[in-house]
Design a binder for this molecule. Sequence first.
Ligand code: F0G
Length: 428
Amino acid sequence: MKNINSWLECVHCSKKYELDKIRYLCDCGGVLDVKRDLNALDGQELKKLWEKRWGLKKGIESSGVWRYRELMLDAPDDKIVTRQEGNTRLYPAGKAGEYAGLKNFYLKHEGENPTGSFKDRGMTCGTSAAMLFNANSVACASTGNTSASMASYAACCGLRSVIFIPSGKIAYGKLAQALAYGGITLQIEGNFDDAMRLVQEVCNEMKIYLLNSVNPFRIEGQKAIGFEILQQLDWEVPDWIILPGGNLGNNSALSKGMMELHELGIISKIPKIAVIQADGANPLYTMWKNKTPFEAVKDPDTIATAIKIGNPVSWEKSIRGIKWSKGIVEQVSEQEIMDAKAMTDRAGIGAEPASCCSVAGAKKLAEAGIIHPDEKVVGILTGNLLKDPDAVVGYHQDKLTDKGIRGTFANKPRLIKARLEDVKAVLG
Ligand code: F0G
């Protein structure tokens, strides 16, 4: 695991630990980074190597994560569990860009990963680490996407997967995936934060390998979203990268990756990172806005169930990265999320509700004059549209009014008789 010198280091107190023992948190309770001796690497050579690997048809390095393996988990090929994840498209945002009021808006569609969310990038590293540590079971708490991803990767390499989800509170598409891939699915009374607390206790007690983003190797894999965006833009750094914030692993990964590229001299400009939370699950936003210490939100609530999280584990890493990038935290309402989703979907691109915080946040920041309409902006769409069909159909049938959401851009299905005249009447 340590061809180039690497170690775990606490974000809070800088205490260091060896990489070859399983550890998720520092003794002080702080989250851990994987650190490596970047002086041992030549940034320009790395860039050339990564360019050479672009478009490979097969093999480990055809993955959009392992393409950058020098900055991932250092594992031998036979331990790597990969589904050629990543390699997702970067779309001009089209109508979603007009909606946001931005001329140079791109959407990085992480919903095009093998299990339909960005989680696959972290999971390929996480399950490979599980293989390195000779684990036979893995576990996670989840709002749905992590569990879908973990169950799939575990199935691929013969690991038993144990899933903790808040009962009745995850989108159906995600529950379906967990069951289909064979995860042992424990629906617990309580919310995601309760599930997160329980899974950590279970993993420590029962020697099951924990695959939430508190696992530092998960974060390593997720750095590749940022690397791939830059490579797709021919290494021209955008002004902003915008993404939703829930448990706060993804933006932590994004900033860590950018810090490494900057230190290696691969980039000289730093993209500003904007993290967008739902206003009903907004502990990071509150902390940022009021400049107050971190405080969990007790009963988080949002239609974007993926980010219905009140006590995110990675808040400290997240804040560090946002400050380093001179970025910002913003919040958006339920209506803003679903209207932005309708416009992202209508642009022909489509994504699940949480993802569309990126578009809603872009619009809000553009309207506030924080993002200039000419700036180059990349929004990350974290999950596939089909993950949460209930939210889509509810919006388009205008049946979300109990949640205070109107179907502003609803495209209602119309019931007609099976007759040509009726079709003509509708089509005009
Ligand atoms: N978008 C989607 C679609 C997600 O599934 C998640 C997190 C996020 C955004 C937020 O990312 O947690 O790194 O800040 N989903 C986790 C899960 C919590 O269990 O699937 P984050």
